[in-house]
Write a protein that binds this ligand. Structure first.
Ligand code: URA
Length: 427
């Protein structure tokens, strides 16, 4: 591989140029091997943040990140299809979705991460189930895919290792919310995972990385193009994260809500999104079963129990609950016009549900539940939100985060809900 001078690479991007393929291959490889100083990579990331990247440049950068590790091969007698969400508040959809799609006949390999900041991580949620373990060996992973058809587990160190280092550096240099860097980060891991097809849930609004719809759409199109170019059938569903999803944010709280969905109940928005994503995942691999029917039949719940038990969890064990609760009451009669997703996410995080640094522990029981959805009438004095934690000293800062989060309209106002799914982008 040709050698380059890192200062030349930084200058080229600083001045708005396109990095050459050879420069990109060298930067990613040298940085992964710890041959590029953190301060130099920080400067390059900031230059990319400000100057952006051309489409073919993003493609090469993603390619180099995939090649920093192993690209897995998944060969089974059934098609493999995965889903990834760009992250939102109360977004527990992977939990009912993975067993549902497996119960419809596909294989769902989901190598997942932990939460950072105000959006929860799927592994953190599942770890609130007594006995469940996130780490599997490569052999256990393949065996569970073969036997059960669905796995949600921690990604090993060989999957796009460049991303682990780059993501940690972006987190401390203010360079996370940058379309080329988000797209390459997500797609390098997902392409390396080896599934035949991928459905992306790209969120926009207050609780999402992308506040603006136009930015989310650009991210969605960029990722569909990257997946397609690598032979992975990729589609992006654009969904609103203005209000949090479902009725709970927090690890065990979200598992409980997911089990309600699998049991045929649960909040309508979680059910809707689960079914939209399931239809997309199944269509992408040519399976025509109706996921609504499979959900109603109880087969997805059976699959969930198998999936949890295969990773040491007890699906029938009681989930842990918080020792302390605090209700937030409605100050007047009215109609719930909005509940700010970011505020709820930050409150759940401050109660202990999330981490500020990747080594921090998370609380299984902490979080927020809300008792009305947008458009519902509420009465003065009625509990609107409940805060859950083992550590009551955390209530004050969580309540500060919720200041102004609830928007009440006058009684009788017709509050029209924005559609949850705004668009679906296919190749
Ligand atoms: N999720 C990722 O994996 N990477 C990003 O950059 C943002 C969200």
């Amino acid at each position: 591989m040709a050698e380059h001078d890192m200062v030349d690479v930084i200058r080229a991007k600083r001045d708005g140029g396109r990095l050459s393929d050879s420069q990109i291959d060298w930067v990613i490889d040298a940085y992964t091997r710890e041959q590029v100083a953190e301060e130099q990579m920080s400067a390059l990331l900031m230059a990319i943040f400000i100057r952006g990247m051309a489409d073919d440049e993003i493609a090469r950068w993603t390619d180099a990140m995939i090649r920093s590790g192993e690209r897995m091969r998944l060969e089974f007698d059934r098609p493999t299809t995965d889903k990834h969400s760009t992250g939102g508040v109360g977004d527990k959809v992977t939990l009912p979705l993975a067993p549902l799609v497996a119960a419809c006949g596909a294989i769902v390999p989901q190598l997942s991460g932990r939460g950072l900041g105000h959006t929860g991580g799927t592994l953190d949620k599942l770890e609130s189930i007594p006995g469940w373990k996130a780490s599997l060996t490569a052999a256990e992973y393949r065996q569970q895919l073969e036997d059960v058809g669905a796995v949600v587990c921690a990604a090993g160190d060989t999957l796009a290792p460049a991303d682990k280092k780059l993501y940690a550096l972006r987190d401390v240099t203010g360079t996370v919310d940058c379309i080329p860097l988000i797209a390459s980060s997500i797609m390098s891991k997902k392409i390396a995972e080896g599934a035949d097809a991928l459905t992306l849930d790209v969120k926009f609004g207050s609780g999402a990385f992308m506040r603006e719809y136009a930015d989310a759409e650009q991210l969605a199109r960029t990722m569909v193009a990257l997946g397609t170019a690598h032979g992975v059938r990729t589609a992006s569903v654009l969904t609103s994260m203005e209000n949090p999803l479902g009725r709970s944010a927090g690890n065990a709280l979200e598992v409980a809500e997911s089990v309600e969905v699998l049991a045929g109940g649960g909040p309508a928005d979680v059910v809707e999104l689960t079914l939209v994503l399931a239809r997309e995942m199944l269509a992408s691999v040519g399976i025509s079963r109706d996921p609504a029917e499979v959900l109603a039949s109880g087969k997805a719940m059976d699959k969930w129990s198998e999936m949890i038990a295969a990773q040491g969890g007890d699906p029938s064990a009681a989930l842990p609950v918080a020792r302390e609760r605090h209700d937030v009451l409605a100050e007047r009669d009215g109609v719930l016009a909005g509940l700010d997703a970011l505020s709820v996410g930050v409150a759940a995080w401050r109660l202990g549900a999330g981490r500020a640094r990747k080594e921090d522990p998370v609380s299984a029981v902490a979080g927020v539940t809300w008792h009305a959805g947008v458009g519902d009438a509420v009465r003065r004095g009625q509990p609107l939100l409940t805060l859950h934690t083992d550590d009551p000293a955390r209530f004050e800062r969580a309540l500060e985060a919720l200041d102004g989060a609830v928007r009440l309209a006058d009684p009788g106002t017709d509050v029209t809900q924005q559609p949850l799914v705004r668009d679906i982008i296919r190749p």
